[in-house]
Ligand binder design. Structure first.
Ligand code: SAH
Length: 338
């Protein structure tokens, strides 16, 4: 069976070339040709027949676009993977440039109560190449450059650690897509050992943690993973990440009407992170097929104000794509009629 070229980091490609008694520096030429020049096959590089034959071990496997929706500032693709499973990926046209939100699994096992994406249990992990393929599909379908990547689509990235680590390495490679590491953000529900392991990888990117509650009781109710890794351990791991990588970690906090959005919650949250160098990103809930509702703008503003008054750096996330069911937590792994 042929290997998918998009699965390979530069290091893995170099290893392959060395094993084949070829000069490993060809790896960078290959990255440049495929990711930057848009070559469609290995015959276009001007390599000798011997080299082209060796490279025939690889295929350039792209997901098939089943549906394309474009709503102006946001667009969404439903992609069919080679085994017939589906995944979704979103393009957000932001002020700083084009940001793609990628999925990492088919379905998700984390069971967060407010999230649509978890309604289908995990069917399988995506390979690094299938995650890279989402970027390739977006840039081809919408003829755009990719300036930023959020690993915030369907799935828990740290439940698919090695593929996500390889993906981060592949897309930030200078000779390839060259997405700036500062503009790649991996979001996790808080799998503590993996947060620490992620701090050790060669090319660290930005990290965001889905916190969503200021105490363990509420967080365990909303996010079952909290029973395994409670808030203190998650915050300690996040702090370790920021010390190791010199990057400030973002804590994401969805505001759910009547659940976690009171002034008292804002104060409790400020207390919780006092003295720690985090940044809070408030996300007004995107309503989906759950019982949760989004609070009014006033409640969101007020929550943000209380945090700031208590010395917390907080911003409100701009909403993207709700009308396309493309916003956070609204993505699905199934072919839906919407
Ligand atoms: N599994 C990862 C990444 C996927 S979700 C994680 O948990 O972080 C990306 C972000 O969207 C997470 O913060 C998630 O909690 C949030 N989210 C899920 N459902 C949402 C919804 N309906 N509205 C707004 N944000 C949501």
């Amino acid at each position: 069976m042929k290997m998918n070229f998009y699965d390979l980091t530069v290091d893995k490609l170099k290893e392959f070339l060395s094993e084949q008694n070829e000069n490993p520096s060809k790896a960078l030429i290959l990255f440049d040709g495929i990711y930057r020049k848009g070559f469609k096959d290995f015959g276009q590089f001007g390599f000798s027949e011997r080299v082209v034959n060796k490279l025939s071990a690889f295929k350039l496997d792209m997901p098939e676009v089943k549906r394309k929706l474009d709503g102006g500032d946001a667009a969404k693709l439903l992609l069919k993977l080679s085994d017939g499973n589906f995944c979704e990926t979103v393009l957000m046209r932001q002020k700083f440039g084009n940001c793609v939100c990628v999925s990492t699994q088919v379905g998700c096992n984390m069971g967060c109560k407010f999230c649509r994406s978890g309604m289908l249990r995990k069917q399988r992990n995506l390979s690094a190449g299938e995650i890279v393929g989402q970027l390739m599909a977006i840039s081809k379908e919408f003829s755009c450059r990719i300036d930023g990547v959020s690993v915030m689509g369907i799935g828990e990235p740290f439940d698919n650690f090695s593929a996500v680590a390889d993906f981060c390495s592949i897309i930030t490679e200078d000779k390839g897509l060259a997405v700036s590491r500062r503009k790649v953000t991996v979001s996790t529900c808080g799998i503590v050992p993996k947060i620490k392991e992620f701090a050790e990888i060669k090319a660290p990117v930005s990290l965001a943690i889905s916190l969503h509650a200021p105490n363990d009781k509420l967080r365990s109710m909303l996010m079952p993973i909290n029973k395994v890794y409670p808030i203190k351990d998650v915050l300690d791991a996040a702090e370790y990440y920021s010390q190791k990588t010199n990057k400030r970690v973002t804590l994401e906090y969805i505001l759910l009407a009547g659940i976690n959005d009171s002034e008292a919650h804002a104060k409790e949250l400020s207390e919780l992170i006092r003295g720690r160098d985090f940044y809070i990103n408030l996300i007004p809930y995107n309503e989906t097929d759950t019982e949760f509702k989004k609070p009014s703008y006033d409640v969101v503003d007020n929550f943000c104000r209380v945090l700031k008054e208590n010395g917390v750096v907080a911003t409100k996330r701009k909403e993207f794509g709700a009308e396309l069911k493309a916003a956070c937590g609204q993505l699905a792994s199934v072919y839906e009629d919407n």
